[in-house]
Each structure stands twice: as structure tokens, then as C-alpha cells.
Ligand binder design. Sequence first.
Ligand code: PLP
Ligand code: COI
Length: 355
Amino acid sequence: MNINLKLTNAPKAKPTDESKLGFGALFSDHMLVRKWTMENGWEDAEIVPFENFSLSPASAVFHYGAEIFEGLKAYRTAEGKVQLFRPIENVRRMNQSADRLCMPEMPEEEMLECIKKLVEVEKDWVPHSEGTSLYLRPFLIGTDPKLGVHTVHQCTFCIIASPSGSYYAEGINPVKIMIETEDVRAVRGGTGYAKCGGNYAASYRAGHKAELKGYSQVLWLDGVEQKYIEEVGAMNVMFKIDGTIVTPALLGSVLPGITRKSCIELLKSKGFKVEERKISAEELFTALKEGRLEEAWGTGTAAVVSPIGELAYKGEKYEINNFKIGETTQMLYDVLTGIQWGKVEDEFNWIVKVD
Ligand code: PLP
Ligand code: COI
């Protein structure tokens, strides 16, 4: 694979006030594009100015949700260097999502090279302020201009980059989450474990309802019995109950989060007992009422480690840890972001330097 560069001669001004970046609203000068057809496989990749796509209105992505994506970040260290956090995990998950939607996988080393090259070209777009990063969004869309429902025969892979601050307006302060009891996000055998656009479209209605009531996101229950806790809209969840960390097991309907995996590895290395298992809402609220639910938090690339200060369930509101960030949540946030921004030694070998 070659990566051909067609760089812009009209670079945009970089944001001057990085405290106002928000999440995913502003884009860098370039994007990487690589096309695939069933006949010829992957073409060379190109880095071109960030611009609109020209696609047939009949394209599969518009009608049948032929779309998968990833999310990872490039971080700037105190020395001004740029680095990625476990990008190979995103590459592997992208290929797993591709497999589920019967879309083309890309050789791991080639996708990794695409990510690294775009970051290298856009390194001046990696913001400098604490808590900011260049959010990278690789995605793959089906572009077949035909309305029959068949496996895609042509696709476009693209990576865009967005200088971003925190995902939630609350930053590291606790968020309020509503447990959804009507809609479901995913079932086993469905696409819950894949990162595909359709999963998020299915979540809009519940998310909107929660936002209208002042909640940041919804916590999904399992799609069959609506009894077991699964995950939040854009993050996995963890609970500290009687000193043990409990997180829903990956049984096919939950996204296998890279932050989740990293937190589990970190927690175990620090001697915590971690249980990946089914946990029902009933078990959770019994623990809460008995004072045994010490902390709750979400994990995700965009959300990082976010304390959950309130859970709403069936009309009741439950406060967790007096709406304060708990010590384990804080420790995870500090160590994880410390490694990501190069302030804490990377004893797990998770960092990939770009420049
Ligand atoms: N669950 C969902 C539904 C998500 O969208 C995300 C975000 O990517 C996560 C969990 C967390 O995954 P990761 O830690 O890999 O970002
Ligand atoms: C991420 O954390 O990278 C995600 O993809 C979450 C997103 C849906 C905002």
C-alpha cells in the first residue's frame, strides 16, 4: 500500500481557545481515504484536504446502514511529542466489526499505518492544553449504488480528525445516567459487539428522552429480559461493590471497550479483584440501598473515566457516593490519562509514538 499525499494549499487557522473545543465539532485540514472493491481489493490510500464526499444517493450506507467506525485519540506529551494509545486494539475491533457486517477487513499493519500517517501529517492539530487531544474517527461505508440488499461490493474507508476536549460538559465531574426500561440497544446474535452506526441510531430515542429529563446518557439493560446491566450509550460501566470491581461480561451485546480492557488490566495489576459477570439492576440497587455500592463509573475513549453520580431507574433517583468522584475512579482516571499524556510510566507498553 502506498499513501499518496495531496495536501491543502489553504490550511485553516488552528483553534486559539482550546478550552472551548468541545467534542467532535471541528475538523483538521486533511482526511485519509482508501477505496475497496470486491473485484480489485484495496487501492492505495490518499491523504487529501478535508472535503465533502460525492456519493450516489442510492449508496448502501444511506439505506441499509452499511457503516462501521472506530474512535481513538492522539495525545500531546509535555515534551510536545505526539502519541497514540493502543491503536492496534482499534484496528482489530474495526476488523471484527467489518466481519459482522460482512464488509472488507484491512490488513492490520496497513490500517495502523494509515492512522499513524494521518496523525503525522496533522500533528500540529493535536491540541496542547490539559485534557485535550486529537480525536480520530476511522470509518468504513458501503458505497454500492444499488437498492438490492446484498453484501457490499464497494466501500470507502476514511479517517477524519477532530481536536477535542471532554465529551461531557461535566468534564471529570459525576454524570447523571438514566436506566432505559423500554427500548433495547442490542441482543446476542445482533450487532451489539460491533461498532456500527446502526447501534447508535437505535439509541437516539432513549438518549433523547434521557436528555430531556436532564440525564447525560442512558444505561442499557439486556435486550431479552431487561434485567441485566449492559453498557451506557458511549461507554462501558464498572461498579465497586464491597471493594470488588464488577463489570458486565462481554456476551455479544456489549461493545468490547478498549478503555474497559485497559482499566481491568490496570485494576488487576494493582491487586483489585475484578469480576466480569452478569449483574442485574436489582443486585445493583440492593447493594446501593445496603450501602455496599461504593462507586460507579463509565469507561470510553471519548468519555475517558467518568464517575456516575446518579442513576435513575423506574421513576426513582439513586445517588452514588454522595455525587462525588470515588478514589478508585480517580485513580483510574489519573493513571490512564497519565499514561496517555506521557506523565506516568507506560509499564504495559500501550503507547505508540508518532513523532
Ligand atoms: N460502549 C459504547 C457503546 C461505545 O460507543 C464506546 C465508545 O467507543 C464504548 C463502550 C467504549 O469503548 P472504548 O473504550 O473502546 O472507547
Ligand atoms: C468513543 O469513545 O470513541 C466513541 O466512539 C463514542 C462515541 C459514540 C462518541
